[in-house]
Design a protein around this ligand. Structure first.
Ligand SMILES: [Zn+2]
Length: 254
């Protein structure tokens, strides 16, 4: 784990990248921002989490780090021990957690506990969509007041650029650095179900409504049709091993 704390005093903001070792966009963004040596008005802690997974170009070594919190110092897995080491470093901070995905090229934010603080953090990212992921338990943002951002398609240049834009906007809006920034007025979605299954081709588009009876996935001529209308979120052909992704409803403005 690589930790860099900037500014004076106890960190109030934390930025975490590479909870998943093959999602490098956040690491790229942090490196670009810190290379400019900006003046930090508030103390910020930057963490590049799973360096062992990065070196091996894999999501994780033993288990998903973002499902390993709070972790255990004496844990059996690399990620369990890493989670126990990481959590105290960011627990009292407002957190930005940067990821990338197989599902959607535009950045969107994930919030696990919707409250005034996380709402402010979500707006500070500047993204136009926020997803309430409280249906999916167990990520780092379940343990810390924070927002995760899926910055774009994993491994693409654009995801790195998006991550950099999100990070700069966040640091600006949170008064950590002087930079041009704008809080967003995002649309809120809420995940209400998971779509299980392997080997399906996803034929819809994320954040585009699937009407009742409309097909959204195919496998060997078999079609999956919507039993109720929904918005696909984190849904892709190759994103997960055992699920196709999630179904969400559109709530309205955050
Ligand atoms: Zn991730």
């Amino acid at each position: 784990m690589h930790v860099e704390t900037v500014g004076d005093g106890t960190p109030e903001l934390a930025v975490v990248a590479c909870l998943h070792g093959n999602e490098l966009c956040g690491k790229t963004a942090i490196e670009r921002v810190l290379a400019e040596n900006p003046d930090f008005h508030r103390p910020v802690r930057f963490v590049v989490a799973n360096e062992e997974a990065i070196v091996n170009n894999v999501r994780s070594i033993d288990e998903d780090l973002n499902r390993a919190f709070p972790g255990d110092q004496e844990g059996e897995t690399h990620e369990s021990r890493l989670a126990a080491e990481l959590l105290p470093l960011v627990r009292d901070c407002s957190l930005l957690d940067l990821h990338s995905t197989r599902s959607h090229p535009e950045p969107f934010a994930l919030v696990a506990q919707l409250n005034d603080r996380t709402e402010q953090l979500a707006r500070a990212t500047g993204v136009s969509r926020v997803v309430d992921v409280s249906y999916i338990a167990g990520g780092l943002i379940d343990h810390v007041d924070g927002v995760a951002v899926e910055c774009g398609l994993r491994g693409t240049k654009r995801a790195g650029e998006n991550a950099e834009r999100v990070l700069r906007n966040f640091l600006g809006e949170m008064d950590a650095v002087d930079t041009l920034s704008d809080a967003s007025d995002p649309e809120l979605y809420r995940i209400f179900d998971v779509v299980e299954g392997t080997g399906y081709d996803f034929v819809g588009e994320n954040f585009v409504r699937v009407e009742v009876g409309e097909p959204f996935a195919r496998k060997n001529g078999e079609e999956r049709r919507a039993e109720r209308a929904f918005y696909p979120v984190l849904m892709s052909t190759n994103g997960y091993e055992e699920i196709l992704g999630f179904q969400a409803e559109r709530v309205g403005k955050l």
